[in-house]
Design a protein around this ligand. Structure first.
Ligand code: GLY
Length: 560
């Protein structure tokens, strides 16, 4: 026993890491919102300063992002919320879009069975039934404190006042303007060539928000807004009907929860693949003393890559909408299964993805979707990722109602074995069916340490969402980074297929890449995209909050 004692102490220390590193991000005493735009964070924070809680702030932030960040913020899309109340109660809300009733498995295939280019990505044919407004009302009904009409009125005032175009926003608008015009004609709002410093006002959206403020959820899903929405989508050849809108409901789901060393991680369950895939990745890594390898070292990258390779292979095959498909979650997340899955792993050489399953695709750069994290003065935490899928969604903009519509139908597997816009290959579990929700990678996550709230985290980034969230958690926990440092740190990604490791432009040396290549890793040399825009909050040991607002975007932490 005496000889065993030091070993036991060592095992305990490896298993229970403490991070008391000084904060480098924005620090507040009571409450905080971190989101893609200062206007949305400020409105969410103001709502809490007026006595609202994190769920009131969620409603304000979600709607304000449609004004300040129409690239991904939305009324015409969907999302997921994971929450943890101050009392430690946890849950998940699924307001993911659904396939319309007229949808069917082969709707995006031609008579020869080939995928019709652009049909699931651009314009009205790509639109799924939006869930965002239903999600906001479901969250608020269960937990909100302030009148929802007052919250919507504040967002309507922001829409009337408008927002000032940032440099990054001007570049994005310029890049997508031709497609927006192609889909909507040249009299649409975003046909205007907005420059840095210009103000974009949204009178039509303000009007829609006030109709919803007056009539509640039905103000969006029934009546004049629903009529205008359905007829606009159908005029463009799309499938969403008034009945689809009237039938839409958000769904409460039990989140995926698992322990990584002494952390408890709470993340979104299917139809998001986020929690499941991160659970597999981190559990496959857990037996190793990651901190001793060094951050973004060869061994760190190898271990993470091999775990991600295996997890994404399972993700793509097994996962879909749990209301439609049986997912053997318990088996796929069991310790025994994950141990066996890593049996072939060695630090000497790369596993080949073909050896796990076959396929060949191209990865597509993406930082669409958006995430925000909120903690209120009572200690309630909300982690939300929301999306219209692609940049400005399907590009279909309803000028009468003032918002973009999603192209979320592309997140279904249009044809097994054929990649979607994120290069993800789907299987039967994620095939299209009426009323079904498409598989997502969104990973809104909350982390507990020693039973207390420790971190709220998430990001956009398509298929790279899951790896970016996992790496951010590891950066804080294993590599002693502050929240802001963890968010800023360079990221890498592997998703089984294509069998390649992709690196962000900065932070990875040529010699590191050469060493990995020598071990058989294929390195993506052509493209060096940014991966995600993580917005996170860390609870400091003294109870204050540190924001991690991603420097890759206009993301900002605001609180008090
Ligand atoms: N539309 C991106 C996702 O849901 O993963």
């Amino acid at each position: 026993m005496r000889r065993l004692f030091p070993i036991l102490i060592l095992v305990f220390l490896i298993g229970c890491r403490q991070n008391s590193v000084a904060p480098t991000g924005t620090v507040t005493e009571n409450a905080m919102v971190v989101s893609a735009r200062i206007e949305a964070s400020a409105l969410g924070s103001a709502i809490m300063e007026e006595g609202g809680n994190a769920f009131d702030a969620m409603a304000a932030t979600e709607m304000a992002l449609a004004v300040a960040f129409p690239f991904a913020g939305n009324l015409g899309g969907g999302g997921f919320m994971v929450y943890r109340t101050a009392q430690g109660e946890i849950g998940g809300l699924d307001y993911r879009e659904k396939a319309p009733a007229a949808a069917h498995k082969e709707m995006y295939l031609d008579s020869l069975g080939n995928v019709i280019p652009n049909m699931s990505t651009v314009g009205a044919t790509a639109v799924g039934v939006p869930g965002t407004v239903a999600g906001v009302f479901a969250a608020h009904k269960k937990f909100g404190k302030l009148p929802i009409a007052d919250i919507f009125e504040k967002v309507a005032q922001l829409a009337d006042k408008g927002i000032i175009v940032t440099e990054k926003q001007a570049k994005r608008l310029e890049r997508y303007r031709p497609t927006i015009i192609e889909v909507n004609g040249d009299s649409t709002l975003f046909a205007t060539p907005f420059k840095v410093g210009d103000t974009i006002k949204y009178p039509a959206l303000a009007k829609t928000l006030r109709i919803i403020a007056k009539n509640g959820k039905d103000g969006f899903y029934k009546g004049e807004v629903a009529q205008k929405l359905a007829s606009h989508i159908q005029a463009g050849g799309g499938f969403v009907s008034e009945e689809d809108l009237a039938n839409y409901e958000a769904a409460w789901r039990d989140p995926v929860t698992f322990n990584y060393k002494d952390l408890r991680i709470i993340s979104m369950s299917p139809p998001s693949s986020g929690g499941f895939t991160m659970n597999q990745i981190l559990k496959m890594m857990e037996p190793h003393d990651l901190a001793s390898f060094g951050h973004n070292s060869e061994k760190h990258i190898q271990l993470f890559t091999e775990a991600a390779r295996r997890a994404y292979a399972d993700r793509n095959y097994w996962l879909g909408d749990p209301d439609f498909v049986e997912i053997p979650m318990e088996e796929l997340l069991s310790d025994q299964y994950l141990k066996e899955r890593m049996m072939g792993f060695t630090f000497d050489k790369a596993t080949k993805s073909e050896a796990i399953q076959r396929g060949e695709v191209n990865i597509v750069e993406s930082d669409q979707t958006t995430h925000y994290s909120i903690v209120d003065h009572e200690g309630n935490a909300v982690s939300v990722t929301t999306t219209i899928n692609g940049a400005y969604g399907s590009k279909l903009y309803n000028d009468e109602l003032g918002f973009f519509l999603n192209n979320e139908m592309d997140d279904f597997s249009a044809k097994p074995g054929v990649p979607n816009m994120f290069g993800l290959i789907g299987a039967e579990a994620n095939s299209i069916a009426p009323g079904k929700r498409m598989l997502s990678s969104m990973t809104p996550t909350i982390v507990e340490k020693d039973g207390a709230l420790y971190m709220v985290v998430g990001t956009p980034g398509g298929s790279t969402i899951i790896t970016a969230v996992a790496q951010t958690i590891l950066n804080v926990y294993e590599f002693d980074m502050s929240m802001q440092e963890a968010v800023n740190a360079p990221r890498f990604h592997h998703q089984w297929l294509p069998d390649m490791v992709i690196f962000e432009p900065q932070g990875f040396s040529d010699s590191l890449k050469l060493n990995l290549e020598a071990k058989g890793y294929k390195i993506n040399q052509d493209r060096t995209p940014i991966m995600g825009k993580v917005d996170a909050i860390r609870i400091l040991p003294d109870g204050r909050l540190e924001g991690g607002a991603d420097k890759r975007g206009d993301d900002t932490a605001v609180g008090f």
